[in-house]
Write a new protein. Structure first.
Length: 751
């Protein structure tokens, strides 16, 4: 450290951090080793940047070792006040959190390359600094990168980026950061279990026993050899089935020129929904429109990673050690009071008639916001497909009108929905063809509804495919009217072909279908090819082919279902168990398993038995046989209950509606029955072309699924399989799905 910071006896180092903070070690001991002076800080040193700079100048400080959050504030203030850095200052060290690339560029424009500036990284367990990045000494131009690296290891330190098998990853591939060397601590005081968990034997040192510290940080190597910090595993959250890195959102938002600092936290709304909330410190203009920031993020991130609310602050709260106090932000009572408005508050909240007033109340209740504007986009303020189901259930209750979820694609505001609801005439026959994204020069992608009969689920995919890719959805006939429903897949496919040919009379066609919609897409492809039309792409989204899925044995089925359900909202699940009396079934199963194990132990402990004991055992076996039948029935009931009442259902076409209403509306019951019969009767024929299969990583609980999902040998030109993170429905919003789908579309367009 002395060598890295070029410390000498002439230096005067500010003791900025408290004695309880690890950076204190870095300020004190290297300074003392080389005979430098440590200047103790006054208690109010952070109160004012002007006073801070005056103190630095008065004490002739040469080296500052600052927490990142305080340095951000210092850099911002330097661009606003007339003061400059004191001439005595030769080195500024920054560490503790991710440093902003944009802030560094602003800093460099203001102060130049002197004093020297270093970005450092290192956990307490490795005696603070482990890597250092010097942008001036780095061969890669700072303008060519979007995020500041954390550099390379200091002397006597080894850094490894490893996968989950403790194998080194390639350049550019994320992995977990492990640190070895002289600075690694021997462990935690009086905590042997935690020590064994965090400190592992170094597999790369065969000469002597050394240890690596498992940091829990995710990083990757850049082509320059520097290391880029990507985020903490601790800052990884899961919302609506999507795994989200909060620091990835912060890094994207910090790239906007108006944003000086930002922090993303997860907050729970009044309805229990987990929400992403962005706290921002803006550059001068605090009246910036939220739509500017939201649109900026939408260009860089999938929509589910865009915060539903943005709150402007003069500064972010800091801990005594100078780090962003995320706990204060997460528990702040001001949830939307300081929402950055794109219109005056009065225009946002005023309802102009009874219809808009009722809709506003419904939106506030469903989304969990205290204030909703009539021109607020449902999806921009935290709405998603699951909330859309609840929203439309409440609309039907209030207005006695059933609208398809796809209505939100064209009418996502209260103002637009109110206009539809004011129309008194009865619903006319509704075309199954729904425009999801009409603009673009490429051939359109036609997406067929799954078991939920709606096409709203394709919205995220359409957005991520880009503005030049038109996307249309085909929703079920009879969704909002009493049209007769065809009970054959062949007839449904023929009907949908007529609809898509109104938009695109000739091929090549791009077809896709989720779940049971994959069967309809397949049949459409068969019929189009029989007509002499070209089908350039047939994409099946987690669609199960013939004989592809089997029930697990009862015990495995139960454990699989429990594991699946208990990953989500345990209190909600437990409450439903109590309400439905299924807890009794579970207790019966526990009792029976205990009885079985006791009987097994009894047999093992009794090497010889009498005739009377044999008769008693035979009678017991007969009783146990009948109990096993009861057990299987109980397990089946409990497994099905778990699947039906967990937030994400696989085989309930309208599971979300069941969760809201407790029963399906008559219209959806008819659709479910008709499509169920149609799918059961449909005989899959060998397809003369190629099938592109996108299958979810997470398989349905209680089932064993074939690796090819039953499509092997059913496509003459073969199948191409992509595994997508998520489950049957959440995979549809995955950026990995969109990326692979986009590549597939571009490939067939260029052929």
């Amino acid at each position: 450290m002395v060598k890295t910071f070029e410390l000498t006896a002439c230096d005067r180092v500010l003791q900025f951090s408290s004695m309880s903070f690890d950076i204190f070690i870095e300020e004190i001991f290297p300074s003392w080793i080389c005979g430098a002076t440590v200047v103790l800080r006054p208690n109010d040193i952070q109160a004012s940047i002007s006073q801070f700079l005056q103190f630095i100048e008065l004490q002739k400080i040469t080296i500052l070792d600052l927490p990142t959050a305080f340095w951000h504030e210092l850099a911002r203030s330097l661009s606003e006040i007339e003061q400059s850095l004191p001439p005595s200052l030769r080195l500024v060290i920054v560490g503790g959190e991710k440093a902003s690339h944009a802030t560094y560029l602003s800093w460099r424009d203001k102060v130049g390359t002197y004093p020297r500036w270093l970005n450092t990284y290192g956990p307490t367990e490795t005696t603070v600094t482990a890597t250092v990045y010097d942008p001036v000494a780095c061969p890669e131009a700072i303008e060519a990168i979007s995020e500041l690296p954390i550099g390379r290891p200091i002397d006597n330190t080894q850094v490894y980026i490893l996968d989950r098998h403790l194998q080194p990853v390639s350049i550019g591939i994320p992995g977990e950061l492990y640190i070895g060397g002289a600075g690694v601590s021997p462990g935690y005081l009086n905590r042997p279990e935690l020590t064994n968990q965090k400190f592992i034997s170094n597999p790369f040192n065969e000469t002597r026993e050394t240890y690596l510290y498992k940091t829990g940080d995710i990083a990757r190597y850049l082509p320059s050899g520097d290391i880029q910090f990507l985020g903490r595993r601790d800052y990884q959250v899961k919302i609506r089935g999507f795994r989200i890195e909060l620091e990835e959102i912060e890094a994207a938002l910090a790239q906007h020129p108006m944003v000086q600092q930002c922090a993303i936290v997860v907050r729970e709304s009044e309805t229990g929904e987990q929400r992403l909330l962005a706290y921002v410190v803006l550059d001068r203009d605090r009246s910036a429109k939220v739509e500017i920031l939201r649109s900026f993020l939408k260009q860089k991130l999938p929509e589910y990673m865009v915060p539903s609310n943005f709150i402007a602050l003069d500064s972010l709260p800091l801990t005594p050690n100078g780090k962003i106090d995320r706990l204060v932000l997460a528990n702040s009572p001001s949830f939307i009071e300081e929402f950055i408005s794109e219109e005056p508050a009065e225009a946002l909240t005023t309802s102009r008639d009874d219809v808009e007033l009722k809709l506003t109340k419904i939106w506030q209740e469903v989304i969990g916001l205290k204030s909703v504007g009539i021109r607020d986009n449902f999806f921009d303020i935290g709405g998603h497909s699951l909330l859309a189901v609840r929203l439309f259930v409440q609309i039907e209750k209030t207005f006695q009108k059933m609208l398809p979820l796809s209505t939100l694609l064209q009418s996502p505001t209260i103002e637009q929905l109110a206009e539809i609801l004011r129309q008194n005439e009865s619903s006319k026959s509704c075309s199954p063809l729904v425009t999801i994204q009409s603009e673009g020069s490429k051939p359109p992608l036609f997406c067929i509804h799954g078991g939920g009969f709606n096409v709203l689920i394709y919205r995220d995919l359409a957005i991520q495919l880009g503005a030049d890719q038109p996307v249309y959805g085909l929703q079920a006939r009879g969704l909002i009217d009493n049209e007769p429903i065809e009970a054959r897949i062949e007839s449904i496919a023929a009907d949908y072909i007529q609809e898509i040919q109104k938009v695109q009379p000739q091929g090549p066609y791009f077809l896709a279908g989720l779940s049971n919609g994959g069967n309809i897409a397949l049949e459409m492809a068969q019929q189009l090819q029989a007509q002499g039309q070209k089908v350039a792409l047939l994409a099946l989204f987690d669609c199960y082919g013939p004989n592809s899925i089997k029930l697990l044995p009862p015990k495995q089925r139960l454990l699989s279902s429990l594991k699946y359900a208990l990953r989500f909202s345990v209190p909600r699940f437990a409450a439903k168990l109590r309400d439905k009396g299924v807890l009794k079934a579970w207790l019966e199963i526990q009792s029976f398993i205990k009885e079985l194990s006791q009987d097994k132990r009894h047999k093992q402990e009794s090497p010889s038995v009498s005739q009377s004991e044999i008769k008693r055992t035979t009678d017991n076996s007969q009783n146990l046989s009948s109990k096993k039948i009861e057990l299987e029935d109980l397990m089946n009931r409990l497994s099905q209950f778990i699947i039906d009442h967990s937030p994400w259902s696989f085989f309930n076409p309208s599971a979300q509606l069941r969760n809201v209403e407790g029963a399906l509306p008559d219209t959806l019951k008819k659709l479910e029955e008709s499509y169920g019969k149609a799918n059961k009767a449909y005989q899959v024929k060998v397809y003369p072309g190629k099938i592109t299969l996108f299958r979810a990583f997470e398989t349905p609980p209680g089932y064993a699924v074939d690796a090819n999902m039953g499509w092997n040998h059913l496509a003459l030109e073969g199948i191409e399989i992509y595994k997508i993170p998520g489950h049957h429905t959440s995979m549809m919003a995955s950026p990995i799905l969109a990326k692979n789908m986009k590549n597939c579309l571009e490939k067939v367009i260029n052929e």
